[in-house]
Design a binder for this molecule. Structure first.
Ligand code: 9WN
Length: 484
């Protein structure tokens, strides 16, 4: 595959097979309708019954095309989980739903400053919320947009301030993650590498006698998964639970965790490249929101925002961007999709963007349906193994956006069209094999549906889907409360 030169050319159509746009749109809407919880949307019916931070952002980006009121509600509802510190948690638990790492695991109500009346996790997730607010804002008239921005503004500022104040205590310009779930890519290999030495004694003992298979019986997520072998390994999931217990005992506070010496089974801490790239982009959006409201961001935040793009460049080595292990200050040069998010950050030098655009076109990353979460020549690769190989619709969406920002318009369009084809052929699944597109993970996955709607709007003539949107609004409206 050749690198397409940057330029303002109109996107060409890269259709591989005839596509029934209306049918696909209808399927996507029915998934969102089915997963609608009133003021938020669950990611999937069985496996993920609560509200997740970055899922809701992607969902709002799709919903804005069909029900702007509901899209606003999706984002406003995230603020009900915000902690006094400013943290927006990665999960807000819906009442009466079971989940393998639910409220009893996180115990947010025991921590001072957690919100009253809702149970949440104690960690965050990629800060996609400013992006989603701006995307929803694009669909509103000036007056309504400002009103919506006003509703979101202080929560957003507070969140970004928390990220830099609490998660970058040494003012490096890069925030640190305390759990792999914060990156959104739970078992991505660069996290797996640092997590495995932190396995609890019981897990290592079972591994020592070759009996780790027994851990399968203690897993709760397997019951809800369509095919449990497509999720994390039992060793990794038990290690992740163990890390949750340790960070909970330290009130999910980075400063306290930093005070622990680095020896197994302590907690891995990473300046995560994927998360920081998204944060840099979110900062740009936050600035735009402040500008639209005629407000000035607080000085501490301005300083951090200015520093971040320079600090991000310290993650560049050998032609890619990597996460830094805060425990030993080393870059973890383990090939995954994460470094490509530097394109989405939008602040890297064009020469680096050029290298990334070339790398992601290698067949090991991009076979037919977009970018594999781990290249096929990695030792970690498994075509259906969660974040260790499959193509995900949200990362295709993010990378297409990043490519476009650097002028690779045609490549971005090709990526979006292949993603649409993938979902049209295999269904609204959570993830897909990068080799043959076969579906994996859970069915009726909300961000797949929402982002397909967004990509359809982008790639296909407008107006063909308006009627379906009307039908969707009629079906959801009575269940949506007037305000959050
Ligand atoms: C833990 C909901 C979430 C996504 C994450 C994805 C997965 C949860 C899990 O599901 O994580 O947060 O139970 O494995 O990795 O990106 O937000 O869709």
């Amino acid at each position: 595959m050749d690198l397409l030169p940057p330029g303002p050319s109109r996107p060409k159509h890269h259709r591989q097979a005839p596509l029934d746009v209306s049918k696909l749109h209808e399927q996507a809407l029915s998934v969102l309708q089915h997963n609608d919880l009133g003021q938020s949307t669950r990611p999937a019916p069985h496996l993920y019954p609560h509200q997740w931070l970055w899922d809701s952002c992607f969902i709002a980006i799709g919903l804005r095309h069909v029900d702007i009121h509901r899209a606003k509600t999706e984002l406003l509802s995230l603020l009900r989980g915000q902690w006094d510190s400013g943290m927006i948690p990665h999960e807000i638990f819906a009442p009466n739903s079971t989940y393998h790492a639910g409220k009893k695991v996180w115990r947010s109500h025991q921590i001072e400053g957690s919100p009253k009346g809702v149970h949440t996790s104690g960690i965050t997730q990629p800060p996609m919320i400013a992006e989603a607010v701006v995307r929803v804002g694009e669909k509103l008239g000036l007056k309504e947009r400002r009103a919506f921005y006003e509703q979101m503004y202080s929560g957003l500022v507070h969140f970004h301030q928390w990220l830099y104040r609490e998660r970058d205590p040494h003012n490096t310009g890069l925030v640190t993650l305390i759990h792999s779930h914060e990156t959104g890519m739970d078992n991505t290999p660069y996290w797996t590498r640092v997590i495995r030495p932190a396995a609890p004694v019981r897990v290592r003992a079972l591994q020592g006698i070759g009996q780790e298979g027994l851990l399968d019986y203690l897993r709760k997520d397997k019951k809800a998964a369509d095919n449990p072998t497509e999720r994390l390994s039992s060793v990794d999931i038990h290690t992740m639970y163990h890390i949750i217990t340790q960070i909970r005992r330290k009130d999910y506070d980075l400063a306290s965790l930093l005070a622990l010496p680095y020896a197994s089974p302590n907690v891995p801490l990473l300046q995560d490249v994927f998360f920081n790239a998204i944060l840099i982009r979110a900062n740009t959006h936050l600035r735009a929101i402040a500008l639209a409201l005629g407000k000035t961001l607080p000085d501490d935040l301005q300083l951090a925002i200015n520093k971040a793009p320079h600090a991000f460049e310290t993650l560049f080595a050998n032609g890619n961007y990597w996460s830094r292990n805060l425990r030993n200050d080393e870059l973890i040069q383990e090939p995954t999709i994460a470094g490509f998010l530097a394109l989405y950050a939008g602040t890297i030098p064009p020469a680096h963007a050029h290298i990334l655009a070339q790398t992601l076109q290698r067949p090991t990353y991009w076979a037919t349906y977009g970018i594999a979460s781990v290249p096929t020549d990695s030792l970690y690769f498994g075509a259906h193994r969660y974040w260790q190989g499959p193509v995900w619709v949200n990362t295709n969406w993010l990378i297409a956006d990043g490519l476009e920002r650097y002028g690779y318009t045609d490549l971005a369009s090709k990526l979006r069209q292949q993603t649409i084809q993938l979902v049209a052929k295999h269904g609204m699944y959570e993830y897909f094999s990068p080799i043959d597109g076969s579906c994996a993970g859970t069915h009726d996955f909300s961000w797949t549906a929402a982002l397909v709607i967004d990509m359809l709007e982008r790639e296909y003539p407008k107006g063909r889907v308006a009627q379906l949107a009307k039908k969707f609004r009629a079906a959801t409206r009575p269940r949506v409360p007037a305000a959050v």
